[in-house]
Write a protein that binds this ligand. Structure first.
Ligand code: NAP
Length: 261
């Protein structure tokens, strides 16, 4: 029986964001329905999609067919940065496709430049005020860009979703997010060589787990959101089964050290 972590990040809009979510990039069509269904069946209660993934309808179908109540699943989608003029329409289209009346988190997917980000961010604030999304955030922004949004609008992003893994660990980036009270959400935890890294593999052997489980567990112990993706139901389950073991302080430190130049 898989043991999933139940840790959550508390968001300013009242949302409880599970630290473990299911990533859906590059999964489309029937495979998106099947993989998302496998994730919900395995116990994931957090789904990550985006307008540009082209799978919101399929993610929404799996959610509707799961039998779970809407409030049991945390749903994130993202808006491309060039939608400043019709951002709310973009979100309404996402909601239609997902089959929900609001998302839990709406993110600016990547920066379109400071001025365009600020204009789009104002639409994000409006969407939150209209309760079309509970919380709002960004993706692929650095601390300076986050500060400019907050200073220009008076509203701070709740979350920043960035590429993250032990190979990219940077205590300064963690601290920048902590100081601003912005939740750090990592993506592509399993890509970029981390699954094959010798230290990750050694730790996996020590704890008798898969390298992917070590990577997911490392995020959770750091309090960082992690959203592994797999198109294979067995891996979907394995990746989430990380509550039944713990990484020691030494193992965490050895993994953190991979990110240092
Ligand atoms: N905001 C952004 O700009 C951004 C960018 C990239 C990603 N994301 C989000 O983050 C999510 C995760 O990132 P990602 O999709 O780049 O990649 P990922 O989750 O780091 O890795 C996915 C890859 O790992 C493989 N895999 C999964 N579980 C495995 C296991 N237990 N053992 C070995 N291989 C395994 C998958 O192959 P199989 O399918 O064959 O299992 C797939 O090729 C995305 O799906 C998306 O939701 C956001």
């Amino acid at each position: 029986m898989a043991q999933l972590p139940d840790d959550v990040a508390l968001l300013p809009g009242g949302g409880r964001m599970p630290l473990l979510g299911f990533g859906t990039w590059q999964i489309t069509g029937d495979q998106a329905v099947a993989s998302t269904a496998a994730a919900l069946e395995a116990g994931y209660r957090h789904l990550d999609t985006a307008t540009v993934y082209g799978n919101e309808a399929e993610v929404g179908r799996a959610l509707a067919e799961s039998g779970l109540r809407r409030e049991q699943v945390f749903v994130t989608t993202k808006c491309p940065p060039d939608r400043g003029d019709d951002a709310l329409d973009t979100l309404r289209r996402s909601l239609d496709l997902l089959g929900v009346d609001h998302v839990d988190l709406w993110l600016i997917h990547w920066s379109g430049g400071d001025r365009s980000d600020l204009a789009l961010w104002r639409s994000f604030i409006e969407a939150r005020d209209l309760s079309l999304t509970r919380d709002i955030g960004v993706s692929n922004l650095d601390a300076r860009q986050i500060d400019r949004l907050a200073e220009g609008s008076g509203a701070k992003p709740a979350v920043n979703q960035i590429r993250w893994s032990p190979l990219l660990y940077d205590a300064e980036v963690v601290e920048q997010h902590r100081q601003r009270d912005v939740v750090l959400e990592g993506y592509s935890a399993l890509r970029g060589g981390s699954l094959d890294d010798p230290v990750v593999r050694r730790v996996a052997e020590e704890v008798g787990r898969e390298p992917a489980q070590v990577l997911v567990r490392w995020h959770v112990q750091h309090g960082i959101v992690v959203i592994p993706r797999s198109s294979k139901p067995e891996r979907v389950r394995t990746n989430a089964d990380v509550a039944g073991f713990e990484l020691s302080e030494d193992q965490m430190a050895a993994l953190d050290a991979l990110g240092r130049p």
